[in-house]
Design a protein around this ligand. Structure first.
Ligand SMILES: N[C@@H](CCC(=O)N[C@@H](CS)C(=O)NCC(=O)O)C(=O)O
Length: 205
């Protein structure tokens, strides 16, 4: 397996710890990249590390919880880090969400700090905004290229994508995500007929 890796990333560290604790460390080849570079966007359209390419190829896995869950399932059945049974499962995932939330918040603070620092080569004013817009575009392109994850019976992946696209319509219509993406647009129009989607729409205006 290949892991797109950055030595300072706390998310990468969580994945590496999981691999070590589950005895899979020697099966992982680390590919060190600049987390804010472009080298790994082919593996992860969102442009973030970690991303894991499983043995035998296939699409890379992200984000860190998905990778940890995958590694946990690959290893021996005893000593699971994400328990299968309730209530241990929810207790673990809740604690994970707290840790992840702390990390997400700290990373935002760090990014703000970097922007305010006097760098030798200052980042362009809109660098960070453009990076986020690129992530949105690349993720939508990925779904347009291969919509198969959106097919089949309703699952949380479909709900996640539909609510994300709905949020783009609500807050960022200028991103015009439907343009050049007829398959994704058609899928969304059909999905939007679900009563659960209509009943949870954000207030207008
Ligand atoms: N939710 C993601 C977060 C990953 C993440 O934000 N990684 C940072 C490095 S610590 C990154 O790649 N940032 C680049 C970017 O946001 O464009 C996960 O849990 O894997």
């Amino acid at each position: 397996m290949k892991l797109y890796h950055s030595p300072t990333s706390p998310y990468v560290r969580k994945v590496l710890m999981t691999a070590i604790e589950r005895g899979l460390d020697d099966r992982i080849e680390r590919i060190t990249v600049n987390g804010f570079g472009e080298e790994h966007r082919g593996a992860n359209p969102l442009g973030k590390v970690p991303a894991l390419v499983p043995d035998g190829g296939g699409p890379a896995l992200f984000d860190s919880l998905v990778i940890c869950d995958y590694l946990d399932g690959l290893a021996r059945p005893d000593g699971r880090l994400i328990p299968a049974e309730e209530p241990a499962r929810s207790r673990t995932l809740r604690a994970h969400a707290l840790g992840q939330g702390i990390t997400d918040a700290a990373l935002l603070l760090q990014q703000q700090k970097l922007r305010n620092q006097k760098l030798d080569t200052p980042l362009p004013e809109d660098w960070w905004i453009e990076r986020q817009r690129t992530a949105v575009r690349a993720a939508c392109d990925d779904l347009e290229r291969d919509p198969t994850p959106l097919e089949g019976p309703l699952d949380l992946g479909q709900i996640s994508v539909a609510t994300a696209l709905g949020y783009l319509d609500f807050r960022f219509p200028d991103l015009a995500w439907r343009e050049g993406r007829p398959k994704l647009a058609a899928w969304y129009e059909a999905f939007a007929q679900r009563p659960s989607f209509a009943r949870t729409a954000p207030p207008e205006g």
